[in-house]
Design a protein around this ligand. Structure first.
Ligand code: GRF
Length: 213
């Protein structure tokens, strides 16, 4: 199984994937920003890097065509968006249909888009979290593979909440990629993702209830 990871910045989710001991050859890490700190992290793991700079292309169609050309050089079975901060054209998304994953820092379908942690605090939700989903043309709306929930604490700031969520992102993204690599992800008739061989119910903790009186 070959995978390519797309990043725009820090690359901590990319790093979690590279360090998870997955049965995956990470063929390349590609950034749309030449100054993305994650590029050096990838090189430190011996993974080839490339930059397809969005400022060097006149429109989304031509940018996505250049990006697809770079991705396809590596003939990946899977494309992992890991903090890749670009809206993708429908043509690009269709090219990687059912083989492109994204990590989103919210319990989708709640809080798609940006600034999810501040919006979760403003909304007063008591549980927040993260989702790994397949990418479809509508932003942050594709079939969900796995989610993790965390409690929202009374004294949370967006930064503290983000850190609590990020720790879970680093757990669930490698899980989802492992399941994909093992061929355990399938689609039901409604287009939802199902995990082959999953436990019928959670083993020990049937629910995360918060606050805890
Ligand atoms: C993560 O919170 C991810 O969920 C979101 O952007 C952030 C990227 O962080 N899409 P990193 O680059 O993986 O550290």
């Amino acid at each position: 199984m070959r995978a390519v990871i797309l990043i725009s910045g820090r690359g901590s989710n990319m790093q979690a994937l590279l360090e998870a001991g997955l049965p995956v050859e990470f063929a390349a890490v590609i950034s749309n920003r030449p100054d993305a700190p994650g590029l050096a992290v990838a090189r430190g793991h011996g993974v080839p890097t490339a930059v397809v700079d969005h400022t060097q292309h006149p429109d989304r169609e031509r940018y996505d065509a250049a990006l697809a050309a770079e991705i396809d050089r590596h003939a990946p079975d899977l494309v992992c968006l890991a903090g890749f901060m670009r809206v993708l054209t429908p043509g690009f998304v269709q090219r990687y249909e059912r083989r492109m994953l994204n990590i989103h820092p919210a319990l989708l379908p709640a809080f798609p888009g940006l600034n999810t942690h501040a919006r979760a605090l403003a909304a007063g939700v008591r549980l927040h979290g993260c989702s790994v989903h397949f990418v479809t043309p509508e932003v942050d709306a594709g079939p969900i593979v796995v989610q993790a929930a965390v409690p929202v604490l009374d004294d949370d700031t967006p930064e503290r909440l983000a850190a609590r969520v990020l720790a879970q992102e680093h757990r669930i993204y490698p899980l989802a990629v492992r399941w994909f690599a093992e061929g355990r992800l399938t689609w039901d008739a409604q287009g939802r993702v199902r995990l082959i061989g999953a436990a019928a119910a959670p083993r020990d903790c049937p629910a995360l209830i918060w606050p805890d009186g």
